[in-house]
Design a protein around this ligand. Structure first.
Ligand SMILES: [Zn+2]
Length: 114
């Protein structure tokens, strides 16, 4: 839900992380995304909050989150841009410091099959 207009935005959250040994269940990743998405949000903040929460909770070497979403406030209000997708990303740890790792993650997360 967009906190400016209280209208829903819908899309995909892509999550990548490199564990330091502790591997987490996939359902836990989904639960964390859902918990933050349920509040009125800005997509940018949502993306960063998920990344920071995972980074802290998993003691990961790196976390990358990419969210692609369409905002109903953009499609039904003034600007009327149906189909416009907003993409935000947050890269922490090794995903921020190592270009090769980041590039690999972005390619995996945004590549063809979803
Ligand atoms: Zn909005």
């Amino acid at each position: 839900m967009c906190e400016h207009h209280l209208l829903p935005f819908m899309g995909h959250a892509h999550v990548a992380y490199i564990p330091r040994g502790k591997v987490v269940g996939l359902s836990k990743l989904a639960r964390i995304v859902e918990a933050f998405a349920r509040r009125p949000q800005l997509q940018e903040r949502l993306t960063l909050q998920i990344a920071e929460m995972l980074m802290t909770n998993l003691d990961a070497k790196g976390v990358g989150v990419i969210i692609e979403a369409t905002h109903t406030c953009m499609t039904i209000r003034g600007v009327k841009k149906p189909g416009a997708v907003m993409v935000t990303s947050a890269m922490l740890g090794i995903f921020r410091s190592n270009l090769a790792t980041r590039t690999e993650a972005v390619n995996l997360l945004t590549g063809g099959n979803r």
